[in-house]
Design a protein around this ligand. Structure first.
Ligand code: DLL
Length: 433
């Protein structure tokens, strides 16, 4: 039995999971109230005492924590251990404001790596695998998380980091990488580059662990077909540790949340009301085993659905759907909610590659949506003179999906800059006016 497939935990009966959560939640709440003035202040202001929290049923009494709280408390205000007990920081890229900095004790690193090891094991990884980690290393959690998980599984680990596609492919061929870990957009780019070089037969990849950004089922099929692998989703966020908060198993129908470490809720993002399983809303996490940076009811802004349907893999931990976008990713165009994933679905269904960019502008006080779409090489050579017919077809398909008009501009192959990390899909120029 693999060390990091832990059936006694991952397949535990729901009552057992609940008992762990109750006990760990109560302990965490008492600890943060005692040791972190920021939490004490917040709970006092909400009129909740740690003695009001007896079990997960009382979780809803606690106030939410948001990214704004993390920014207010930056850098040390939410740290729950003396700094001398912390051994690592990781951080977000800070593209939407001040960076979020997360702290880890050695124990926290161990648990985080366990979560990533579970994810690798769930896709069939063993100590006989060669795990090729092309997530960025450094402050970003992707590289360090999967690297640590791979070590724990005992796999041979290639700490490639992102970029230098030529070298990635060469190592993949020479060293026989079997599991690729990177963003789905970079996986698509690597697939394209491998095929172009005629090296598809020389790679030994069997699985990919792709996450850190939203991707559609259509993109999964595309990558699986091009690389001849199974492509699995992995989810996480720096604030809650990094990758491995949840991960897909062989069923590939959503990601099991490591419920012995994190309690998940889905809420109505407007009212804050907790929604029953099966309803779509904003995902909220409470960490119950972290020492240095425990977060209580942290609003992720990711929109998804939780499901407790029995899973064929035997794991009993709740599953989250692929995030359907972030509440702050959602574009409001002419009053209509538009998610980039809807546009991606249209494009992949119509046979276009997932290389596109969404540009939003405001002209004469009216929002304008433009989608620049790359053609495949075949389309490009076949369709001289047919570009406008193709564009028209896409405009209609977008209208059916989004309910509004989007200008479509087909561009030549390779015209859209490839990403080595998280893809930049949306350029919203409205805030610049
Ligand atoms: O992206 C951690 C990570 C690294 C996850 C590698 C998976 C693999 P952050 O940079 O803090 O952390 O970004 C977190 O990315 O709130 C989601 O909006 C998005 N995200 C992460 N995983 C997925 C996924 C890492 N599988 C933010 N699908 C999260 C969709 C994802 N979105």
């Amino acid at each position: 039995m693999e060390r990091y497939y832990q059936p006694e935990i991952e397949c535990a009966p729901p009552e057992q999971i609940r008992a762990w959560q109750d006990e760990r939640l109560v302990a965490t709440v008492h600890r943060v109230y005692r040791d972190v003035p920021y939490y004490k202040q917040k709970m006092d202001a909400a009129g909740v005492s740690p003695d009001d929290i007896h079990s997960v049923d009382d979780l809803h009494k606690l106030p939410f924590l948001t990214k704004d709280d993390l920014r207010d408390a930056y850098p040390y205000g939410l740290v729950a251990k003396p700094l001398s007990d912390c051994v690592r920081i990781q951080s977000t890229s800070g593209t939407t404001g001040r960076r979020v900095v997360a702290f880890y004790t050695q124990h926290d690193l161990d648990l985080w790596e366990d979560c990533c090891a579970r994810a690798i094991t769930a896709v069939g990884g063993t100590k006989d695998d060669v795990v090729h980690v092309s997530y960025g290393y450094g402050l970003f959690t992707g590289g360090p998380g999967l690297n640590g998980g791979s070590h724990k599984v005992g796999s041979l680990t290639l700490p490639m980091s992102s970029g230098n596609t030529e070298r990635q492919i060469q190592f993949m061929c020479d060293l026989g990488s079997t599991i690729l870990c990177c963003t789905p957009s970079y996986a698509a780019y690597l697939a394209e580059s491998i095929i172009e070089r005629g090296l598809r037969d020389q790679i030994k990849l069997k699985a990919g662990i792709f996450g850190a950004e939203a991707w559609t089922e259509e993109m999964r099929h595309d990558i699986e077909e091009k690389l001849g692998i199974k492509a699995y989703d992995i989810y996480g966020l720096t604030e809650i540790s990094g990758p491995g908060v949840s991960f897909e198993c062989s069923e590939q129908t959503g990601m099991h949340i490591n419920e012995d470490h994190f309690i998940a809720e889905v809420i109505n993002p407007i009212t804050g009301e907790v929604l029953p399983d099966g309803e779509k809303g904003e995902l909220v996490f409470t960490s119950i085993t972290k020492e240095a940076f425990p977060l209580i009811r942290y609003r992720t802004r990711d929109i998804c659905v939780l499901s407790r349907k029995k899973c064929s893999c035997g794991r009993t931990h709740v599953k989250m759907s692929k995030p359907m976008g972030r509440s702050d990713d959602m574009l409001i165009i002419k009053g209509v909610n538009v998610f980039p994933s809807q546009i991606e679905t249209v494009l992949l269904n119509k046979g276009y590659p997932a290389n596109y960019q969404i540009i939003v502008t405001r002209e004469n006080n009216s929002d304008q949506l433009e989608v620049q779409v790359e053609m495949t090489q075949e389309m490009f050579s076949d369709t001289v003179g047919q570009v406008s017919a193709r564009e028209k077809e896409l405009v209609e398909a977008m209208k059916a999906m989004l309910g509004i008009y989007a200008r479509v501009r087909l561009v030549s192959p390779k015209a859209i800059t490839r990403s080595e990390g998280k893809a930049v899909r949306v350029i919203d120029k409205r805030n610049l006016y």
